[in-house]
Design a protein around this ligand. Sequence first.
Ligand code: SER
Length: 320
Amino acid sequence: MELKKIIVIGCAGQIGSELIMELRHLYGNKNVIGNGRKTAPSEKVLESGDFEFFDVTEKNKLFEACKKHQVDCIINMAAILSATGEQNPMLAWNVNMNGLINVLEVARELKVKQVFNPSSIAAFGPSTPQDNTPQETVLKPTSMYGVTKVAGELLADYYVQKYGMDIRGVRYPGIISNETLPGGGTTDYAVAIYYDAIKYGKYTCFLKEDTMLPMMYMPDCLKCTIDLLQADYSKLKHHSDFNVGAFSVTPKLMAESIRKQIPDFTIDYNIDFRQAIADSWPNSIDDSAARAEWGWKPSYDLDAMTADMLKVLGEKLRKR
Ligand code: SER
């Protein structure tokens, strides 16, 4: 589908901040509008195109921004993640559920052509098969974040079948990136470890050494998001709940990968409440539906990502 005007809700965040620049590159700066609540987006996001400050829970402001810019695609990257969600469950419910229903209602009212709303591996729970977790499986999460992600998948699919809308989404694994820090997630260790490896040569991890989780490097995250946005909708059997995998890793394996580049790197452990969240999530993901329906294929494995992360962060941190 030819999209003309896209708004990225939540583009001061880890994924949104990079996704918006990639979309501006593809669709033209003036055709991709940014949004954030109060966290200042980066200068390059502010300077390269339009930006609207509002909270996704403020439906009228969302409506007015979409109407003013005549958007035909809403990408909803505003969310409270798993760890913050356990500390403040009502905030997670409010932002994740009321934000999403506002997006869906505004899209319905303005006849917006396409909506992208991400889900997460947090949609799974302790009773889900943990290895090679299937596309269709038990969705009984034990975190509030996970509850909102399952409800979000169901709500999005409801709008698809009730109103014939085009709504898409993937279950992101932990996303590892070097531009904007993640905030409030359980997989955040997998970003912090690289910063600390360069700055201090050591890292204290809040998850146990053998905690296996599915992860993905940002270039693959951008690729899967944009590939799904651009996929032929008539060929999709699933809509807002695609499993997408890249690789699985434990803190210990990640430390070993870093040691290939920084031999003196050391890791120790100070486990906190995030361990219980991580223990409820899968070890690895079966993403054959995404591969079959829209050609998903990741590019980075652990060592390729580590080499790139350390190179980019090394340059960035040395400049300071
Ligand atoms: N990165 C997220 C989190 O840790 C998972 O979707 O909460």
